[in-house]
Design a protein around this ligand. Sequence first.
Ligand SMILES: Cc1cc2nc3c(=O)[nH]c(=O)nc-3n(C[C@H](O)[C@H](O)[C@H](O)COP(=O)(O)OP(=O)(O)OC[C@H]3O[C@@H](n4cnc5c(N)ncnc54)[C@H](O)[C@@H]3O)c2cc1C
Ligand code: SF4
Length: 477
Amino acid sequence: MAKQPMLKFVKVERAMPDKRDASARKEDFQEIYSEYAKAKAQEQSSRCSQCGVPYCQSHCPLHNNIPDWLRLTAEGRLKEAYEVSQATNTFPEICGRICPQDRLCEGNCVIEQSGHGTVTIGAVEKYITDRAWEEGWVEAIKPHVERPESVGIIGAGPGGLAAADVLRRQGIQVTVYDRYDRAGGLLTYGIPGFKLEKPIVMRRNEQLAAGGVTFRLNCTVGVDISFQEIRDTHDAVIIATGVYKTRDLQGPGSGAKGIVRAIDFLTASNRKSFGDAVPEFDSGELNASGKKIVVIGGGDTAMDCVRTAIRQGATSVKCLYRRDRSNMPGSQREVQNAEEEGVIFEWLTAPKGFKGDRVTGVIAERMRLGMPDATGRQSPEVIEGSDYFEEADIVIKALGFEPEDLPTLWDQPELGVTRWGTVKAEFTTGATDMPGVYAVGDIVRGASLVVWAIRDGRDCANAILEQMNGAAVIAAE
Ligand SMILES: Cc1cc2nc3c(=O)[nH]c(=O)nc-3n(C[C@H](O)[C@H](O)[C@H](O)COP(=O)(O)OP(=O)(O)OC[C@H]3O[C@@H](n4cnc5c(N)ncnc54)[C@H](O)[C@@H]3O)c2cc1C
Ligand code: SF4
């Protein structure tokens, strides 16, 4: 009988791929985790207990068939593992790198609950798909038939691209419109290279183009082309524009020069990594080199800013967050990485005002956590008389994002929005109030996660196909 390759969690300890030393990694924008060697990936996969009710799978937004691809990896059947993994996930190597696994699949791993340390699901998912790319198993789309129907997708982020992939596989003519010069959305210009190296995203864009997806880049809908024109051109339209309006700081001096938006700071840095001309970076406006940096916020965007500033050569980097460490929205893994790289966190601290026409620093005040609010989270309260001055040459606001007002920007008053300004859409299909118009990703959920945008894109594309197939049958009758 073949030897049981699984259930090794008692004997084999959890081991992530090696992490580069902080002193080396803060010198560049390369990813910080190295790749598993084949034997290590097999060994770590073999820790899975193959439990009857896989909570990892139910807590993965894509319901990835995790136990199966872990078993196939443990057995050395890598191509089959890849086939199973890619059947439910459009970009497994991207999710393997940047999903907050501690809150999703790994956070619900049964052996973690029994104190043995979770299976390293994300690292194995990345390993499988990186090998698939190396071996040439990831092929450009070749639809069996070309169909006449067309879909216009506004926004080339993970939501739009996941929908493009599903539709194109069925032979639908797909055009993706994006205001940027490169596809990928926040994968390309928001998330820094040390979490997701850019060639990983670019090769996906190239594969989609090779598979027949048409990209119309440098094309801002509402400026270079009207929404109505796109609607008139295609049988269906998907809005996948994400959320980009920055929540603002309050208080005296909050309009000073040198107080910048996180998205501008990160985009400039990512563009620089591509070798683009970035005047705001070269002028020092969006460059932390030789400067004292204060980042305000406690989410993943704030973590990306502090770690980018360290790599640019800031003399000091501080993060001010109004709650404490255990109540921050960002991932604990990223806080630890940032601390290792030299970032100082000022917990329970909030800005009260700013000094200088060109900012010289933040008047900060200390907070304590009070009574829980309606959501159950403890509300921060100011400790009177606790003001102090935090010097800064650049202050980066990373307080989160809100949706732009699409009905006004696109002159489409009938496009329904929620009271938060997100586009009103059915969660399972993405259908909006307007016939033939769908919406997916952050513009529906508010600032969320890549894996949820992929899920939405896939669900929406399948709903459109169902609709189109129904219409094709009726037309033929
Ligand atoms: C700094 C940062 C770090 C993050 N880190 C993580 C992480 O580690 N893990 C994770 O899971 N999630 C992370 N996220 C969240 C994740 O990036 C988003 O949830 C995800 O990208 C949303 O996908 P989307 O397709 O809805 O939108 P986006 O990725 O925002 O893409 C929207 C696209 O629409 C285009 N667009 C917008 N308006 C127009 C218009 N009028 N005309 C034409 N094109 C338009 C934009 O140019 C963009 O390319 C991070 C977000 C930020 C900001
Ligand atoms: S997609 Fe994300 S949540 Fe799902 S298995 Fe992969 S890493 Fe885990």
